[in-house]
Write a protein that binds this ligand. Structure first.
Ligand SMILES: [Zn+2]
Ligand SMILES: [Zn+2]
Length: 278
């Protein structure tokens, strides 16, 4: 199913809307075609098209672009995780309680934050996030963000926070993309929890080499000094939920958390939609 699913994402969402209409000769036949064209667009708004993954028609209860059964089959992170960075732990865990499980990476680090992710960054999730970020499919982002709300049942403490802060983009990337994917995700959670979202507290002040090309060590060095905090009074003593789309090495989350703590934050929890397993 997955090959078809991935291929299906490259097909326009509403093929009928993509048919060409030539308005030069408004004969009766063309007027009829025009009415069909307008009706198709109109209905497309009321009833969304097919599920992006399985292509089954979406019904009115589907509030996004993916049907309910496909949503349930997405690669959720399940099982034991590191209580600090949220990384899945494969090794035998014996009788260690879940709140004390720690990955080898975090054992030697004094992380100031805790992080969690909803999905593995693979397969269809990777494709969906790619379409959200790089093809402007904001509705996909909003649909995926609803999974944060379900995640709340798993770790309610993570959502007990004073404010939500999205990881910012640099001005150049924001102009190119025209939206910050982390802000879109943060707004969905903020609206649901009725918690303020502050997109202006963290500001990216340094254009950096894209992190994906770098090693773990290089990422940490590359991101150092990339952000600044504005209006620090709003975060002094406050618990913060930091939101980003993908957690790879955790270098970006670590840098933002460090800065928030330096500026008086009480606690930082970071939540990302997906996590790369390196
Ligand atoms: Zn489906
Ligand atoms: Zn860890």
């Amino acid at each position: 199913m997955q090959k078809d699913s991935i291929r299906s994402l490259d097909v326009p969402l509403n093929k009928k809307c993509g048919e060409k209409f030539q308005p030069q000769n408004l004969s009766l036949a063309n007027l009829f075609r025009l009415s069909i064209f307008v009706k198709t667009i109109f209905l497309g708004f009321i009833f969304p098209s097919d599920c992006l993954i399985c292509k089954d028609p979406l019904n009115c209860s589907n509030s996004g672009l993916v049907c309910q059964s496909c949503l349930l089959n997405l690669p959720f992170i399940q099982g034991p995780i590191c209580y600090k960075c949220g990384s899945p732990i494969q090794a035998a865990i014996g009788n260690i309680p879940a709140e004390k499980l720690c990955c080898s990476d975090c054992q030697n680090k004094n992380s100031s934050f805790q992080a969690r992710s909803v999905f593995y960054y693979e397969g269809i999730i990777r494709q969906l996030i790619h379409h959200f970020k790089f093809h402007g499919k904001v509705t996909i982002g909003k649909t995926l963000a609803k999974q944060f709300i379900d995640y709340q049942k798993k770790e309610p403490d993570f959502f007990s926070t004073h404010c939500i802060i999205p990881v910012p983009l640099g001005i150049k990337k924001l102009r190119q993309r025209e939206f910050n994917q982390s802000y879109i995700l943060a707004k969905v959670i903020g609206k649901y929890l009725t918690i303020p979202v502050y997109p202006f507290i963290l500001k990216k002040i340094k254009e950096i080499t894209p992190q994906m090309k770098l090693s773990r060590k290089e990422r940490i060095q590359n991101i150092r000094g990339a952000f600044t905090v504005c209006k620090k009074k709003l975060i002094e003593g406050k618990d913060i939920l930091l939101i980003d789309d993908v957690y790879t090495t955790g270098a970006t989350i670590a840098e933002c958390s460090k800065l928030l703590f330096q500026n008086g934050a009480g606690r930082v929890h970071a939540l990302t939609l997906a996590r790369s397993i390196l």
